[in-house]
Design a protein around this ligand. Structure first.
Ligand SMILES: Cc1cc2nc3c(=O)[nH]c(=O)nc-3n(C[C@H](O)[C@H](O)[C@H](O)COP(=O)(O)O)c2cc1C
Length: 369
């Protein structure tokens, strides 16, 4: 498949089972909270090109997770399960005990989650040492058991998707893991093209996603280092996939979803991005974040995007010394688009200042990085 072939696919598939092109925003703990989801899906007047979002993971241990915790992770459940732009947000759950996982999924579905996503990819030691995330990949039978229990617990119309890495220390078992997810009743499978051992180190292995795809008959969504439309096209050729999930790439190119759909957008527009970051900081504070937390989030955005977008390193280096929001915003203003014609400037979503829901506190650093 070529970039041109993908670009013709303007129809937004809300799931990989629908006609059109499915381009999901990847969940990133400590990053993609409701403020971030609202910001990204609201870009270009709500025509961001994003098919679907997934919440940060809800950690499930021995007991069913209380409703207020699910709501904190996914306040969209109180608003039809979508962002204001109408993009569905699945609730992601993480754990190794199928009983509480199933009960928590049922609670999330009852609250209004349009779907449940199961996280078998988290590489964090604290999570893996307590029987969660990628550690489950060592035993594909456990993947099947957990998916099956969650599937049985939620109504038929609520899809249960599964997110994995290629394996724990090798990509060999990816076909067995994919078959297990399908046998358990998963609606589709998203694969981050790295093993747990690799964490986030190169290289990504899109070819192994293709092996998994050929072993199953449900949709497989490719993920990992899809930073540009050309990356997506290359991944499509290597994996045979036609559905994709993008995480860090959207931090350097928040309009990448539109670009992959063939919309003409400026490539890497740092002044525009600076306006986005300023809007982000303001939204975080409006949602109840302390100034320090908002500043931390902006720095984190730049730090996570810098490896793929070296131009953002310079900005990060300038801002990393700031410890207060006001000077940081002043510093940002040097990079802003004030001297541009009004028609060419970043326009925050006019509904942004309306609080969609009682704002849950904005949390600290990620635990699944
Ligand atoms: C800071 C950070 C937090 C993440 N948190 C989650 C998470 O909560 N759930 C999950 O399934 N994946 C999580 N991931 C993995 C991403 O969803 C994605 O699989 C990975 O970043 C590769 O995609 P990308 O190269 O497009 O970023 C996280 C990644 C990062 C960098």
């Amino acid at each position: 498949m070529t970039a041109r072939g993908l670009a013709c696919r303007e129809t937004i598939a809300r799931t990989p089972c629908d006609p059109g092109l499915y381009l999901a925003l990847a969940p990133m703990d400590g990053v993609t909270d409701h403020v971030y989801r609202e910001l990204l899906t609201g870009l270009r007047g709500g025509r961001s090109g994003i098919s679907q979002c997934v919440s940060e993971f809800v950690r499930v241990t021995r007991d069913v997770v209380p409703e207020h915790v699910i709501r904190r992770h996914c306040p969209e459940v109180d608003h039809g399960g979508t962002t204001r732009a109408g993009v569905p947000v699945f609730v992601q759950i993480l754990g190794g005990d199928e009983g509480p996982m199933a009960d928590t999924a049922a609670a999330a579905a009852a609250l209004g989650a349009p779907g449940i996503d199961i996280n078998f990819g988290c590489p964090a030691k604290t999570v893996n040492n307590h029987d969660g995330g990628a550690t489950i990949l060592k035993t594909p039978q456990r993947v099947e058991r957990i998916v099956s229990a969650v599937r049985r617990a939620v109504p038929d119309h609520v899809p249960v998707s599964v997110k994995i890495r290629l394996g724990w220390d090798s990509a060999d078992p990816v076909t067995d893991i994919a078959r297990a997810a399908e046998a358990g009743g998963g609606a589709w499978l998203t694969i981050h093209a790295r093993t747990r051992l690799q964490l986030y180190k190169p290289p990504v292995d899109w070819v192994s996603i293709g092996r998994a795809r050929q072993a199953v008959s449900f949709p497989v969504v490719a993920n990992g280092d899809l930073n540009t439309p050309d990356d997506v096209a290359a991944c499509a050729r290597a994996s045979g996939c036609d559905a994709f999930m993008i995480g860090r790439g959207a931090m350097g190119r928040p309009l990448v979803f539109r670009q992959v759909r063939g919309e003409l957008e400026p490539d890497l527009d740092l002044p525009w991005l600076v306006d986005v970051l300023d809007d982000y900081a303001q939204r975080l504070c409006a949602a109840g974040a302390t100034e320090r937390a908002a500043l931390g989030r902006v720095k984190q955005w730049l730090r996570l995007a810098a490896p793929a977008f070296p131009q953002m390193r310079e900005l990060f280096d300038v801002l990393k010394r700031q410890s207060d929001l006001a000077p940081m915003r002043q510093e940002l203003s040097r990079w802003r688009t004030a001297d541009r014609p009004a028609s060419d400037r970043y326009r925050p979503d006019s509904t942004a200042s309306r609080t969609a829901c009682s704002p849950p506190p904005v949390a600290g650093p990620p635990s699944c990085a």
